[in-house]
Design a binder for this molecule. Structure first.
Ligand SMILES: [Zn+2]
Length: 760
């Protein structure tokens, strides 16, 4: 059956209690000292919960024979070429309560990827006629384009992955599969005799009347491309191979949008900007992205290139001639205390939290200092109020490091880098800066960098593992990651495994145990400079009281680690069982993009509370959903629309789809708003959006409350809490009264004169 390359086919929960190497550092970021634990013949408490299957495999297993495997077609509409079926943003959505909590979190995570990389946005449903309701039905599927009557996206069992959800939303936005393009036979071979009988229709191509490529080349890397083993009869024989053999291991990737997927999406919807990417700079251009040097400081940052062997950038890691720029502040000249400023242009935030991510390297004296500041609007419109946010001290580690700095800016601001010379006599270098990205998203709770990764991949065997240090999430839970460079003992060869565990920590006595409804999110970073083009691997699951293990006498795995974990002398703390994927990503995919840049692997870990998402469903309006009039595509019907093998969808889908929605109760917890992260508390919401001030008053956020600054003209001014009342200026009023009195007097004089003349 179908299996995607580059995606784990074994979805094993790894549980075992071997003590492993562990560094008991309590930093939010950490560079791993390489210490590898070899698994000895101890008890193995692994639990397999089954295979991680691709979309088409899941749908096949569910007995669905949908158009192209995962598309539900309406009887008449043709979405891709029909502009009326393009969505207006933000797209209203409902998260049905039949969804698993993990799926809800994954859907909101996928929304954030759209907001980071495109102009697509989503908002909670408020009675609109067009909307998407995400439901847990049988299989993973979507309709194409806006049906304008409300439509389902099914996130069924094992569909709750970031990339799977992105794929289904792309269908809803109007996209077909890549290999349905008219010109696909120029790029791939279809092995018709290897396709399961009656499923050949999934490999049909469609002409320009149905599909448009939006003037982009065929994309083997598309998130919308079938994998090589889709709908195959024989497990080991592919149904699709690529004409350029290198892409046989790429097609069917399930990491994230490809660069061309994004070009198409942004073309289809005329996107000119993204919602959450505020700034990004890789310093490859001479204008250094509009950043400016300080004018009152002692020295300048230099725009360096990778021409010297010791001076290598991070973007291209010195691999290209005439490219590979970075910013450099030399700390080996001059005197101690001399400083240099580098400031961003003025930025206008939409949210109230930002994450500034950058790579830096300090090769000078350990006394050198590198600081991040912000310069804020001082409420008069001038960006001048300074605040120091974070300091990085020099040390003996002269590698490029990733840094994350949380900003909480609400009004226009600049971010500022300040380098200070600590000890020029003992400095042999300086401070390097490269690959900045500023996003309006939270920074990760933990960042783990593993150096010399190629050596680790080569020198370790299946089952060997590395354990991250302890990180704390915002609530205070101690969390960590286990890396299996060559997978678990039971994994197929050529994969890297990744698992999550809890650590005992400083706050355990006041925390809730067992800790349930928390989404553990692990991301292997694609270290591409531009955050929009990163195709990072993200895996997530949500903790529950049902997750128990016989290895701990049936206890909940997420109970207090000092109770159910094992003592680990390396951290002098307790560590819970591991939960994760033995085959998270293939080595082939890992080596292809920028996962191993600078010979380092970077892993983010988060542990987010999703309890507030338990009840998210809101009642849809009385209109019936688009469930009738849907059909499945027959195999001998190449065209959309009329099919000779029509079947009502209700027959093959679970009863819940064919029915009207059961009456939904209005819940107190609303879903995510557009451009608002569901995890963000109420106080992140902008009281000035929409502007409550009338008569063009300016709204100012004063401690979370809207305060109106009313417009004042020469003659009139506005007042009142919302600038609703109009007033006339006092001096003008006096003038007016004077004028009116004068006029009355003049009229009186004129009248009395006329009257006297008439009498004469
Ligand atoms: Zn699909």
């Amino acid at each position: 059956m179908a299996r995607r390359f580059g995606r784990s086919s074994s979805f094993a929960i790894m549980l075992w209690m071997q003590p492993a190497c562990l560094l008991s550092l309590i930093f939010s970021a950490h560079i791993a000292a390489v210490s590898i634990k070899h698994l000895l013949n101890g008890p193995d408490h692994d639990i397999d919960v089954g295979e991680q299957k691709d979309i088409f495999e899941i749908n096949l297993a569910a007995g669905l024979n949908l158009f192209q495997g995962d598309i539900l077609l309406p009887r008449t509409r043709n979405a891709m070429r029909d502009p009326t079926s393009r969505w207006k943003f933000p797209i209203p959505y409902i998260l049905a309560d039949n969804l698993e909590l993990n799926a809800k979190g994954a859907i909101l995570h996928a929304f954030e990827m759209f907001r980071l990389k495109s102009c697509v946005d989503f908002k909670p449903y408020e009675g609109e006629s067009s909307y998407i309701i995400f439901q847990k039905l049988s299989g993973c599927w979507s309709m194409i384009g806006d049906q304008q009557v409300g439509q389902n996206i099914s996130i069924g069992e094992r569909c709750d992955f970031k990339a799977t959800i992105e794929h289904e939303i792309l269908h809803a936005l109007g996209f077909f599969h890549e290999q349905s393009r008219t010109d696909r036979d120029d790029y791939v071979n279809i092995w018709w005799d290897q396709i399961i009988t009656d499923y050949e229709h999934n490999f049909n191509t469609y002409d320009d009347n149905i599909i448009t490529d939006l003037n982009t080349p065929y994309d083997y890397e598309s998130l919308m491309h079938y994998g090589p083993f889709s709908f195959n009869k024989n497990e080991s024989i592919p149904t699709i191979t690529t004409k350029i053999p290198e892409f046989n291991t790429i097609i069917g990737q399930f990491l994230d949008f490809s660069a061309i997927d994004l070009i198409r999406l942004n073309r289809m919807y005329n996107c000119t900007a993204t919602h959450t990417l505020l700034d990004h700079c890789d310093f490859e251009k001479t204008n250094i992205c509009g950043m400016i040097q300080g004018t009152r400081d002692d020295a300048d940052w230099a725009h360096g290139d990778s021409s010297q062997p010791e001076q290598v950038d991070h973007t291209l890691v010195g691999q290209c001639k005439g490219a590979g720029y970075f910013m450099f502040f030399n700390t080996s000249l001059g005197v101690r205390g001399e400083a240099a400023l580098l400031e961003s242009r003025i930025l206008y935030p939409k949210r109230k939290q930002q994450c500034l991510q950058f790579f830096y390297k300090m090769t000078g004296s350990p006394a050198d200092r590198f600081e991040v500041w912000v310069r804020r609007d001082d409420n008069s419109g001038k960006v001048r109020q300074l605040a120091k946010i974070q300091t990085f001290q020099g040390d003996s580690d002269h590698n490029w490091k990733i840094a994350h700095v949380t900003l909480n800016e609400e009004k226009k601001f600049r971010y500022v880098f300040l380098g200070t010379k600590g000890d020029p006599v003992n400095s042999g270098g300086g401070i390097y800066l490269d690959d900045i990205s500023l996003t309006e998203t939270p920074c990760p709770a933990g960042v783990w960098t593993i150096r010399n990764i190629s050596q680790i991949l080569e020198n370790t065997v299946k089952g060997d593992k590395l354990v991250s240090p302890r990180f704390y999430n915002s609530e205070g839970y101690g969390v960590g990651v286990t890396l299996y460079p060559n997978g678990r003992i039971t994994s197929n060869s050529g994969f890297l495994g990744l698992a999550f565990h809890l650590y005992s920590g400083d706050n355990d006595v006041i925390l809730e145990w067992p800790v349930e409804n928390r989404q553990a999110i692990m991301t292997i970073l694609d270290q591409e400079a531009d955050a929009r083009n990163r195709m990072s691997l993200t895996l997530m699951f949500t903790t529950s009281k049902d997750q128990t293990s016989s290895a701990i006498n049936g206890s909940v795995i997420w109970d207090r680690p000092s109770k159910v974990g094992v003592y680990d002398k390396d951290c002098d703390c307790f560590r819970s069982l591991d939960w994760g994927w033995g085959q998270a990503i293939s080595h082939q995919l890992l080596k292809r993009r920028n996962f191993l840049k600078d010979d380092s692997l970077i892993i983010f870990v988060d542990f987010k509370d999703l309890t507030h998402l338990n009840r998210t469903e809101v009642p849809a309006s009385a209109r019936s959903m688009m469930t009738r009039g849907l059909l499945l595509q027959g195999q001998e019907s190449p065209a959309l629309g009329e099919s000779s093998r029509k079947a009502m969808v209700e027959e093959s889908l679970p009863s819940s789809l064919g029915q009207r929605h059961p009456r939904r109760q209005k819940r107190s917890v609303e879903n995510t708003g557009p451009m608002e992260d569901h995890n963000w508390p109420q106080y992140f919401r902008d009281p000035c959006d929409p502007n409550p001030c009338q008569n063009e008053g300016t709204c100012v956020n004063v401690k979370g409350m809207a305060s109106c600054r009313c417009v004042s003209g020469h003659a009139f001014f506005y007042a009142g809490e919302r600038c609703q009342a109009v007033h006339v200026h006092g001096s003008l009023l006096g003038l007016l009264i004077g004028c009116i009195a004068g006029l009355i007097f003049l009229t009186f004089v004129t009248f009395s004169n006329t009257y006297r003349k008439l009498q004469q």
